[in-house]
Design a binder for this molecule. Structure first.
Ligand SMILES: Cc1cc2nc3c(=O)[nH]c(=O)nc-3n(C[C@H](O)[C@H](O)[C@H](O)COP(=O)(O)OP(=O)(O)OC[C@H]3O[C@@H](n4cnc5c(N)ncnc54)[C@H](O)[C@@H]3O)c2cc1C
Length: 462
Protein backbone atom coordinates (compact mmCIF):
# COMPACT_ATOMS: atom_id res chain seq x y z
CA UNK A 1 0.00 0.00 0.00
CA UNK A 2 1.26 3.54 -0.80
CA UNK A 3 2.04 5.68 2.27
CA UNK A 4 0.16 8.96 1.97
CA UNK A 5 2.57 11.87 1.68
CA UNK A 6 2.43 15.65 1.81
CA UNK A 7 3.94 16.65 -1.56
CA UNK A 8 4.98 19.99 -3.03
CA UNK A 9 5.27 20.65 -6.77
CA UNK A 10 7.18 23.73 -7.94
CA UNK A 11 5.58 24.96 -11.18
CA UNK A 12 2.15 24.50 -12.77
CA UNK A 13 3.34 23.68 -16.29
CA UNK A 14 1.65 20.75 -17.98
CA UNK A 15 4.23 18.42 -16.37
CA UNK A 16 3.66 19.78 -12.86
CA UNK A 17 -0.13 19.73 -13.18
CA UNK A 18 -0.24 16.18 -14.55
CA UNK A 19 2.03 14.98 -11.74
CA UNK A 20 -0.24 16.76 -9.25
CA UNK A 21 -3.33 15.05 -10.60
CA UNK A 22 -1.75 11.57 -10.67
CA UNK A 23 -0.53 11.97 -7.08
CA UNK A 24 -3.86 13.27 -5.73
CA UNK A 25 -5.46 10.23 -7.36
CA UNK A 26 -3.17 8.08 -5.20
CA UNK A 27 -4.41 9.88 -2.09
CA UNK A 28 -1.39 12.13 -1.49
CA UNK A 29 -1.86 15.71 -0.32
CA UNK A 30 -0.57 17.95 -3.11
CA UNK A 31 0.34 21.64 -3.13
CA UNK A 32 1.40 23.18 -6.46
CA UNK A 33 3.22 26.53 -6.34
CA UNK A 34 3.23 28.63 -9.52
CA UNK A 35 5.11 31.91 -9.81
CA UNK A 36 2.84 33.31 -12.55
CA UNK A 37 -0.81 34.35 -12.25
CA UNK A 38 -1.92 31.51 -14.52
CA UNK A 39 -1.17 27.82 -15.08
CA UNK A 40 0.17 26.12 -18.22
CA UNK A 41 3.77 27.36 -18.38
CA UNK A 42 5.02 27.16 -21.96
CA UNK A 43 1.82 25.32 -23.04
CA UNK A 44 -0.31 28.37 -22.40
CA UNK A 45 -2.73 30.33 -24.58
CA UNK A 46 -4.00 33.86 -24.21
CA UNK A 47 -6.99 35.73 -25.57
CA UNK A 48 -6.16 38.62 -27.88
CA UNK A 49 -9.03 40.74 -26.44
CA UNK A 50 -7.53 40.77 -22.93
CA UNK A 51 -3.95 41.38 -24.00
CA UNK A 52 -1.96 44.61 -23.98
CA UNK A 53 1.26 45.16 -25.92
CA UNK A 54 3.27 45.34 -22.67
CA UNK A 55 1.74 42.11 -21.36
CA UNK A 56 2.46 40.30 -24.63
CA UNK A 57 6.12 41.32 -24.74
CA UNK A 58 6.49 40.55 -21.03
CA UNK A 59 5.01 37.03 -21.49
CA UNK A 60 7.42 36.41 -24.37
CA UNK A 61 10.50 37.60 -22.49
CA UNK A 62 9.59 35.52 -19.40
CA UNK A 63 9.42 32.42 -21.61
CA UNK A 64 12.77 32.85 -23.41
CA UNK A 65 11.17 34.34 -26.50
CA UNK A 66 11.17 37.50 -28.55
CA UNK A 67 9.21 38.85 -31.51
CA UNK A 68 11.70 39.82 -34.22
CA UNK A 69 9.02 40.60 -36.85
CA UNK A 70 5.34 41.25 -37.32
CA UNK A 71 3.20 42.53 -40.15
CA UNK A 72 2.03 45.28 -39.60
CA UNK A 73 4.29 46.55 -36.77
CA UNK A 74 3.32 45.25 -33.33
CA UNK A 75 2.14 48.62 -31.95
CA UNK A 76 -0.24 48.96 -34.94
CA UNK A 77 -1.57 45.44 -34.32
CA UNK A 78 -2.37 46.41 -30.72
CA UNK A 79 -3.62 49.95 -31.49
CA UNK A 80 -6.04 48.59 -34.07
CA UNK A 81 -7.00 45.69 -31.73
CA UNK A 82 -6.28 43.26 -34.55
CA UNK A 83 -5.88 40.31 -32.15
CA UNK A 84 -9.42 40.68 -30.79
CA UNK A 85 -11.35 37.43 -31.15
CA UNK A 86 -8.16 35.29 -31.43
CA UNK A 87 -6.67 32.78 -29.02
CA UNK A 88 -2.92 32.37 -29.43
CA UNK A 89 -0.33 30.10 -27.84
CA UNK A 90 3.20 31.32 -27.22
CA UNK A 91 4.10 29.89 -30.61
CA UNK A 92 3.33 26.97 -32.96
CA UNK A 93 2.17 23.91 -31.05
CA UNK A 94 0.97 20.50 -32.15
CA UNK A 95 0.94 17.47 -29.90
CA UNK A 96 2.04 13.91 -30.65
CA UNK A 97 -1.28 12.16 -31.38
CA UNK A 98 -0.86 9.25 -28.94
CA UNK A 99 -1.61 11.71 -26.11
CA UNK A 100 -5.34 11.71 -26.89
CA UNK A 101 -6.04 8.36 -25.19
CA UNK A 102 -3.83 9.21 -22.23
CA UNK A 103 -5.63 12.52 -21.63
CA UNK A 104 -9.08 10.95 -21.94
CA UNK A 105 -8.19 8.18 -19.47
CA UNK A 106 -6.86 10.73 -17.00
CA UNK A 107 -9.74 13.22 -17.29
CA UNK A 108 -12.88 11.16 -17.91
CA UNK A 109 -13.38 9.95 -14.27
CA UNK A 110 -13.74 13.68 -13.44
CA UNK A 111 -16.21 14.30 -16.27
CA UNK A 112 -13.65 16.53 -17.99
CA UNK A 113 -12.57 16.11 -21.56
CA UNK A 114 -10.29 17.69 -24.12
CA UNK A 115 -11.19 17.42 -27.80
CA UNK A 116 -8.06 17.01 -29.84
CA UNK A 117 -8.43 17.91 -33.50
CA UNK A 118 -6.34 15.33 -35.33
CA UNK A 119 -4.29 15.47 -38.50
CA UNK A 120 -2.03 13.36 -40.62
CA UNK A 121 1.08 14.89 -42.13
CA UNK A 122 1.43 16.17 -45.67
CA UNK A 123 4.58 17.29 -47.46
CA UNK A 124 5.30 20.55 -49.26
CA UNK A 125 7.37 20.15 -52.42
CA UNK A 126 8.43 22.45 -55.25
CA UNK A 127 5.24 21.94 -57.23
CA UNK A 128 2.69 21.98 -54.44
CA UNK A 129 1.98 19.35 -51.80
CA UNK A 130 1.30 15.67 -51.12
CA UNK A 131 -1.27 14.64 -48.56
CA UNK A 132 -0.70 12.37 -46.82
CA UNK A 133 3.09 12.43 -46.80
CA UNK A 134 3.29 8.71 -47.60
CA UNK A 135 1.05 7.24 -50.30
CA UNK A 136 -0.22 3.64 -50.00
CA UNK A 137 2.49 2.65 -52.50
CA UNK A 138 5.22 4.29 -50.38
CA UNK A 139 3.97 2.50 -47.28
CA UNK A 140 3.88 -0.81 -49.11
CA UNK A 141 7.54 -0.42 -50.09
CA UNK A 142 8.43 0.46 -46.51
CA UNK A 143 6.43 -2.34 -44.90
CA UNK A 144 9.47 -4.50 -44.00
CA UNK A 145 11.06 -1.62 -42.05
CA UNK A 146 7.74 -0.52 -40.52
CA UNK A 147 7.08 -4.06 -39.26
CA UNK A 148 10.61 -4.28 -37.85
CA UNK A 149 9.97 -1.03 -36.02
CA UNK A 150 6.61 -2.05 -34.59
CA UNK A 151 7.94 -5.35 -33.30
CA UNK A 152 11.39 -4.12 -32.25
CA UNK A 153 12.23 -4.83 -28.62
CA UNK A 154 13.39 -2.12 -26.24
CA UNK A 155 16.79 -3.88 -26.08
CA UNK A 156 17.20 -3.32 -29.86
CA UNK A 157 16.18 0.34 -29.48
CA UNK A 158 18.77 0.75 -26.70
CA UNK A 159 21.51 -0.51 -29.04
CA UNK A 160 20.41 2.11 -31.57
CA UNK A 161 20.46 4.90 -28.99
CA UNK A 162 24.12 5.69 -29.62
CA UNK A 163 23.89 5.52 -33.41
CA UNK A 164 23.35 8.85 -35.16
CA UNK A 165 20.69 9.35 -37.82
CA UNK A 166 23.46 10.34 -40.26
CA UNK A 167 24.88 6.79 -39.98
CA UNK A 168 21.43 5.21 -40.28
CA UNK A 169 20.65 7.24 -43.42
CA UNK A 170 23.94 6.11 -45.00
CA UNK A 171 22.81 2.51 -44.43
CA UNK A 172 19.07 2.57 -45.19
CA UNK A 173 18.39 5.93 -46.87
CA UNK A 174 17.21 5.20 -50.38
CA UNK A 175 14.37 6.83 -52.37
CA UNK A 176 11.44 8.04 -50.29
CA UNK A 177 12.88 6.28 -47.23
CA UNK A 178 15.82 8.72 -47.35
CA UNK A 179 13.41 11.66 -47.19
CA UNK A 180 11.49 10.04 -44.32
CA UNK A 181 14.73 9.50 -42.39
CA UNK A 182 15.85 13.07 -43.07
CA UNK A 183 12.58 14.72 -42.07
CA UNK A 184 10.96 12.80 -39.18
CA UNK A 185 13.93 12.66 -36.77
CA UNK A 186 14.15 16.47 -37.03
CA UNK A 187 10.41 16.94 -36.41
CA UNK A 188 10.49 14.49 -33.50
CA UNK A 189 13.44 16.18 -31.74
CA UNK A 190 13.23 19.82 -32.96
CA UNK A 191 16.90 19.52 -33.87
CA UNK A 192 18.23 19.92 -37.45
CA UNK A 193 21.65 18.33 -37.03
CA UNK A 194 21.25 14.63 -37.89
CA UNK A 195 24.75 13.86 -36.51
CA UNK A 196 23.39 14.53 -33.01
CA UNK A 197 20.00 12.79 -33.28
CA UNK A 198 19.82 9.27 -31.90
CA UNK A 199 18.39 6.52 -34.11
CA UNK A 200 16.96 4.65 -31.10
CA UNK A 201 15.11 7.73 -29.90
CA UNK A 202 13.75 8.44 -33.37
CA UNK A 203 12.53 4.90 -33.96
CA UNK A 204 10.90 4.76 -30.52
CA UNK A 205 8.97 7.94 -31.29
CA UNK A 206 8.16 6.77 -34.81
CA UNK A 207 6.83 3.50 -33.39
CA UNK A 208 4.40 5.53 -31.27
CA UNK A 209 3.46 7.65 -34.28
CA UNK A 210 2.70 4.52 -36.30
CA UNK A 211 0.42 3.24 -33.55
CA UNK A 212 -1.75 6.41 -33.43
CA UNK A 213 -4.49 6.89 -36.04
CA UNK A 214 -3.72 10.63 -36.30
CA UNK A 215 -0.02 11.41 -35.71
CA UNK A 216 -0.56 14.99 -34.56
CA UNK A 217 -3.30 16.79 -32.65
CA UNK A 218 -4.28 20.21 -31.42
CA UNK A 219 -6.83 20.94 -28.65
CA UNK A 220 -10.03 22.77 -29.51
CA UNK A 221 -10.07 26.23 -27.81
CA UNK A 222 -6.25 26.36 -27.46
CA UNK A 223 -3.55 24.69 -25.41
CA UNK A 224 -4.57 26.16 -22.06
CA UNK A 225 -7.74 24.13 -22.33
CA UNK A 226 -5.69 21.02 -21.41
CA UNK A 227 -4.17 22.65 -18.31
CA UNK A 228 -7.54 24.10 -17.26
CA UNK A 229 -9.17 20.66 -17.49
CA UNK A 230 -6.39 19.12 -15.36
CA UNK A 231 -6.76 21.95 -12.80
CA UNK A 232 -10.49 21.16 -12.44
CA UNK A 233 -9.63 17.50 -11.69
CA UNK A 234 -6.94 18.47 -9.15
CA UNK A 235 -9.41 20.71 -7.33
CA UNK A 236 -12.04 17.93 -7.29
CA UNK A 237 -9.35 15.72 -5.70
CA UNK A 238 -8.65 18.37 -3.05
CA UNK A 239 -5.22 19.36 -4.36
CA UNK A 240 -4.25 23.03 -3.92
CA UNK A 241 -2.75 25.36 -6.53
CA UNK A 242 -1.06 28.53 -5.25
CA UNK A 243 -0.83 31.04 -8.12
CA UNK A 244 1.45 34.11 -8.00
CA UNK A 245 3.60 32.21 -5.50
CA UNK A 246 7.23 31.80 -6.57
CA UNK A 247 9.28 29.26 -4.66
CA UNK A 248 12.49 30.98 -3.60
CA UNK A 249 14.26 28.00 -2.04
CA UNK A 250 14.27 24.22 -1.56
CA UNK A 251 15.19 23.22 2.00
CA UNK A 252 17.73 20.39 2.08
CA UNK A 253 19.12 18.83 5.26
CA UNK A 254 21.57 15.91 5.40
CA UNK A 255 21.07 15.13 1.70
CA UNK A 256 17.27 15.09 2.02
CA UNK A 257 14.70 17.61 0.72
CA UNK A 258 12.46 18.62 3.62
CA UNK A 259 10.38 21.44 2.13
CA UNK A 260 10.41 24.79 0.35
CA UNK A 261 10.47 28.50 1.00
CA UNK A 262 7.54 30.43 -0.51
CA UNK A 263 5.84 33.65 0.57
CA UNK A 264 8.85 34.20 2.82
CA UNK A 265 7.89 31.13 4.91
CA UNK A 266 9.52 27.71 5.36
CA UNK A 267 6.98 25.01 4.55
CA UNK A 268 7.65 21.31 5.26
CA UNK A 269 6.88 18.55 2.79
CA UNK A 270 7.66 14.81 2.55
CA UNK A 271 8.73 15.20 -1.08
CA UNK A 272 9.54 18.11 -3.42
CA UNK A 273 9.04 17.86 -7.18
CA UNK A 274 10.50 20.57 -9.39
CA UNK A 275 8.79 21.35 -12.71
CA UNK A 276 11.05 24.36 -13.42
CA UNK A 277 13.55 24.40 -16.26
CA UNK A 278 16.23 22.07 -14.99
CA UNK A 279 19.02 24.59 -15.74
CA UNK A 280 17.29 26.91 -13.22
CA UNK A 281 17.28 24.31 -10.42
CA UNK A 282 20.29 25.82 -8.69
CA UNK A 283 18.64 29.22 -8.41
CA UNK A 284 16.39 27.64 -5.76
CA UNK A 285 18.49 24.69 -4.51
CA UNK A 286 21.98 25.21 -3.10
CA UNK A 287 24.65 23.56 -5.25
CA UNK A 288 26.61 22.31 -2.25
CA UNK A 289 24.00 19.56 -1.67
CA UNK A 290 24.65 17.96 -5.09
CA UNK A 291 27.73 16.23 -6.59
CA UNK A 292 29.66 18.88 -8.57
CA UNK A 293 29.57 16.76 -11.76
CA UNK A 294 25.75 16.70 -11.58
CA UNK A 295 25.64 20.49 -11.10
CA UNK A 296 27.98 21.15 -14.03
CA UNK A 297 26.16 18.77 -16.36
CA UNK A 298 22.69 20.09 -15.54
CA UNK A 299 23.75 23.72 -15.90
CA UNK A 300 25.28 23.06 -19.31
CA UNK A 301 22.22 21.42 -20.88
CA UNK A 302 20.84 23.20 -23.95
CA UNK A 303 17.23 23.52 -25.10
CA UNK A 304 15.95 23.66 -28.67
CA UNK A 305 14.89 26.68 -30.72
CA UNK A 306 12.69 27.78 -33.58
CA UNK A 307 11.18 30.71 -35.43
CA UNK A 308 7.37 30.48 -35.47
CA UNK A 309 4.80 32.35 -37.52
CA UNK A 310 1.11 32.96 -37.00
CA UNK A 311 -0.76 34.15 -40.07
CA UNK A 312 -4.33 35.41 -39.91
CA UNK A 313 -5.85 34.90 -43.35
CA UNK A 314 -9.20 35.97 -44.81
CA UNK A 315 -9.45 32.85 -46.91
CA UNK A 316 -8.00 29.32 -46.87
CA UNK A 317 -8.55 26.72 -49.57
CA UNK A 318 -10.84 23.98 -48.16
CA UNK A 319 -8.31 21.34 -49.32
CA UNK A 320 -5.84 22.62 -46.73
CA UNK A 321 -8.16 23.03 -43.75
CA UNK A 322 -7.46 20.60 -40.88
CA UNK A 323 -4.18 19.38 -42.43
CA UNK A 324 -0.58 19.71 -41.28
CA UNK A 325 2.37 19.94 -43.66
CA UNK A 326 6.07 19.29 -43.24
CA UNK A 327 8.78 20.90 -45.35
CA UNK A 328 12.53 20.58 -45.61
CA UNK A 329 14.57 23.58 -46.76
CA UNK A 330 17.89 22.43 -48.21
CA UNK A 331 21.03 24.49 -47.52
CA UNK A 332 19.19 26.73 -45.06
CA UNK A 333 22.45 27.96 -43.54
CA UNK A 334 21.70 26.46 -40.12
CA UNK A 335 23.45 23.88 -37.96
CA UNK A 336 22.68 20.60 -39.75
CA UNK A 337 22.56 22.42 -43.11
CA UNK A 338 18.91 21.60 -43.99
CA UNK A 339 16.07 22.96 -41.85
CA UNK A 340 12.74 21.27 -41.26
CA UNK A 341 9.49 22.99 -40.32
CA UNK A 342 5.74 22.60 -40.35
CA UNK A 343 2.68 24.57 -41.42
CA UNK A 344 -0.51 23.63 -39.63
CA UNK A 345 -4.12 24.23 -40.66
CA UNK A 346 -5.80 22.39 -37.73
CA UNK A 347 -5.87 25.79 -36.04
CA UNK A 348 -7.56 27.20 -39.18
CA UNK A 349 -10.58 24.90 -38.75
CA UNK A 350 -13.63 26.90 -37.59
CA UNK A 351 -14.20 24.26 -34.86
CA UNK A 352 -10.80 25.08 -33.33
CA UNK A 353 -12.53 28.32 -32.17
CA UNK A 354 -9.24 30.21 -32.24
CA UNK A 355 -10.21 33.05 -34.57
CA UNK A 356 -13.22 35.27 -35.32
CA UNK A 357 -15.68 34.01 -37.94
CA UNK A 358 -14.36 34.13 -41.54
CA UNK A 359 -10.77 34.47 -40.37
CA UNK A 360 -8.31 31.60 -40.40
CA UNK A 361 -5.35 31.16 -38.06
CA UNK A 362 -2.42 29.32 -39.64
CA UNK A 363 0.55 28.39 -37.48
CA UNK A 364 4.02 27.42 -38.63
CA UNK A 365 7.57 26.97 -37.38
CA UNK A 366 11.05 26.22 -38.60
CA UNK A 367 13.67 24.52 -36.44
CA UNK A 368 16.94 26.22 -35.47
CA UNK A 369 19.34 26.14 -32.54
CA UNK A 370 18.79 28.41 -29.50
CA UNK A 371 21.75 30.52 -30.66
CA UNK A 372 20.35 30.84 -34.19
CA UNK A 373 16.97 31.93 -32.77
CA UNK A 374 18.77 34.93 -31.26
CA UNK A 375 20.78 35.82 -34.38
CA UNK A 376 19.22 38.56 -36.52
CA UNK A 377 20.62 37.44 -39.89
CA UNK A 378 19.52 33.84 -39.30
CA UNK A 379 15.96 34.69 -38.24
CA UNK A 380 15.70 37.07 -41.24
CA UNK A 381 16.48 34.14 -43.50
CA UNK A 382 14.21 31.72 -41.60
CA UNK A 383 11.30 34.16 -41.92
CA UNK A 384 11.81 34.23 -45.68
CA UNK A 385 11.74 30.43 -45.75
CA UNK A 386 8.51 30.26 -43.71
CA UNK A 387 6.79 32.80 -45.96
CA UNK A 388 7.98 31.02 -49.12
CA UNK A 389 6.73 27.65 -47.86
CA UNK A 390 3.30 29.13 -47.13
CA UNK A 391 3.40 30.67 -50.60
CA UNK A 392 3.89 27.15 -52.03
CA UNK A 393 0.57 26.14 -50.43
CA UNK A 394 -1.33 29.41 -50.91
CA UNK A 395 0.26 31.46 -53.74
CA UNK A 396 -2.11 34.40 -53.11
CA UNK A 397 -1.73 34.38 -49.31
CA UNK A 398 -0.31 37.93 -49.12
CA UNK A 399 -3.48 39.46 -50.52
CA UNK A 400 -5.45 37.50 -47.88
CA UNK A 401 -3.27 38.44 -44.94
CA UNK A 402 -4.78 40.36 -41.98
CA UNK A 403 -1.67 40.21 -39.83
CA UNK A 404 1.33 38.01 -39.07
CA UNK A 405 3.36 37.49 -35.87
CA UNK A 406 6.78 35.78 -35.86
CA UNK A 407 7.85 34.74 -32.35
CA UNK A 408 11.37 33.30 -31.92
CA UNK A 409 12.07 30.86 -29.09
CA UNK A 410 15.30 29.52 -27.58
CA UNK A 411 13.81 27.21 -24.94
CA UNK A 412 11.23 25.31 -26.94
CA UNK A 413 12.14 22.00 -25.39
CA UNK A 414 13.75 22.50 -21.99
CA UNK A 415 16.59 20.14 -22.94
CA UNK A 416 17.30 18.94 -26.48
CA UNK A 417 17.11 15.17 -26.85
CA UNK A 418 20.40 14.42 -28.59
CA UNK A 419 23.21 11.90 -28.37
CA UNK A 420 25.41 14.43 -26.55
CA UNK A 421 22.85 16.06 -24.23
CA UNK A 422 21.78 13.43 -21.72
CA UNK A 423 18.64 14.51 -19.93
CA UNK A 424 18.77 14.08 -16.13
CA UNK A 425 16.81 11.31 -14.40
CA UNK A 426 13.52 12.00 -12.58
CA UNK A 427 15.24 11.21 -9.25
CA UNK A 428 17.96 13.69 -8.23
CA UNK A 429 20.99 12.88 -6.03
CA UNK A 430 19.08 14.56 -3.16
CA UNK A 431 16.65 12.22 -1.43
CA UNK A 432 12.93 13.13 -1.83
CA UNK A 433 13.73 15.66 -4.56
CA UNK A 434 12.39 14.81 -8.03
CA UNK A 435 12.31 16.52 -11.43
CA UNK A 436 9.38 16.51 -13.82
CA UNK A 437 8.67 18.05 -17.23
CA UNK A 438 10.22 18.15 -20.69
CA UNK A 439 13.76 18.60 -19.29
CA UNK A 440 14.01 15.09 -17.87
CA UNK A 441 14.57 11.59 -19.18
CA UNK A 442 11.15 10.32 -20.32
CA UNK A 443 9.75 9.07 -23.63
CA UNK A 444 9.03 11.67 -26.33
CA UNK A 445 9.79 15.38 -26.46
CA UNK A 446 7.87 18.53 -25.60
CA UNK A 447 4.41 18.05 -24.15
CA UNK A 448 4.60 14.27 -24.58
CA UNK A 449 7.84 14.14 -22.56
CA UNK A 450 6.30 16.32 -19.82
CA UNK A 451 3.23 14.05 -19.59
CA UNK A 452 5.30 10.85 -19.63
CA UNK A 453 7.65 12.18 -16.96
CA UNK A 454 4.64 12.67 -14.66
CA UNK A 455 3.85 8.97 -14.92
CA UNK A 456 7.45 8.10 -14.05
CA UNK A 457 7.36 10.30 -10.93
CA UNK A 458 4.09 8.70 -9.88
CA UNK A 459 5.71 5.27 -10.24
CA UNK A 460 8.63 6.41 -8.02
CA UNK A 461 6.20 7.57 -5.34
CA UNK A 462 4.36 4.28 -5.30
C1 LIG B 1 6.88 28.48 -28.85
C2 LIG B 1 6.87 27.07 -28.39
C3 LIG B 1 6.47 26.07 -29.27
C4 LIG B 1 6.41 24.76 -28.84
N1 LIG B 1 5.94 23.79 -29.70
C5 LIG B 1 5.71 22.54 -29.25
C6 LIG B 1 5.06 21.57 -30.05
O1 LIG B 1 4.68 21.84 -31.19
N2 LIG B 1 4.85 20.34 -29.51
C7 LIG B 1 5.22 20.01 -28.24
O2 LIG B 1 4.99 18.88 -27.80
N3 LIG B 1 5.88 20.91 -27.47
C8 LIG B 1 6.10 22.15 -27.93
N4 LIG B 1 6.71 23.09 -27.13
C9 LIG B 1 7.23 22.66 -25.85
C10 LIG B 1 6.13 22.54 -24.80
O3 LIG B 1 5.43 23.75 -24.70
C11 LIG B 1 6.82 22.19 -23.50
O4 LIG B 1 7.52 20.99 -23.68
C12 LIG B 1 5.88 21.96 -22.33
O5 LIG B 1 4.90 22.95 -22.25
C13 LIG B 1 6.75 21.93 -21.08
O6 LIG B 1 5.97 21.72 -19.95
P1 LIG B 1 6.67 21.61 -18.53
O7 LIG B 1 5.61 21.32 -17.56
O8 LIG B 1 7.81 20.68 -18.62
O9 LIG B 1 7.36 23.03 -18.25
P2 LIG B 1 6.84 24.54 -18.26
O10 LIG B 1 5.69 24.70 -19.17
O11 LIG B 1 8.03 25.38 -18.52
O12 LIG B 1 6.32 24.79 -16.77
C14 LIG B 1 7.16 25.17 -15.72
C15 LIG B 1 6.35 26.04 -14.77
O13 LIG B 1 7.15 26.31 -13.63
C16 LIG B 1 6.91 27.65 -13.24
N5 LIG B 1 8.04 28.07 -12.39
C17 LIG B 1 9.34 28.22 -12.74
N6 LIG B 1 10.09 28.58 -11.68
C18 LIG B 1 9.25 28.63 -10.62
C19 LIG B 1 9.43 28.94 -9.23
N7 LIG B 1 10.63 29.25 -8.72
N8 LIG B 1 8.34 28.90 -8.42
C20 LIG B 1 7.10 28.58 -8.91
N9 LIG B 1 6.88 28.30 -10.23
C21 LIG B 1 7.94 28.32 -11.06
C22 LIG B 1 6.83 28.38 -14.57
O14 LIG B 1 6.22 29.66 -14.44
C23 LIG B 1 6.00 27.39 -15.39
O15 LIG B 1 4.61 27.62 -15.26
C24 LIG B 1 6.81 24.42 -27.53
C25 LIG B 1 7.21 25.41 -26.65
C26 LIG B 1 7.23 26.73 -27.06
C27 LIG B 1 7.63 27.79 -26.08
Amino acid sequence: MTTKKNICIIGAGIGGLTTGLLLTKQGHTVHIFEKEKCVGGRARSFKGDDLTLDEYTSILSKTHMTLPFSDPPLDTIFEKKMLNGYTLDLGFHVIGGEVQTYLQQMLSPFKQQVNLLGSRLGYIHENGFNYPFLSKGDKFKMIPLILRLIFARESTMKQLDKISMTETIKKYGKGKMKLVLEVFPRVITTVNNLDTISTGETFRAQKNLLQGAKPVGYPQFGLTYISDAIVQCIIQNKGTIHLNTPVSGISITNGKATGIVADGKDQSFDAVISNTLVQDLFTIAQEKHFPSEYVNTVKSLEGTGSLCAYYSLKHVDARLLGKTFIFIQRNAGVNGNDAVGMIDFMTALPESRLSPQSHYLVQSYIICTPKEAKTKTTVDHLREILDNQLHQLIPEYRSNLDWALYPAIWQLDGVAKTITDIKPEIKTPVENLYLVGDCVKAPGVGINCALNSAQLVQAHMT
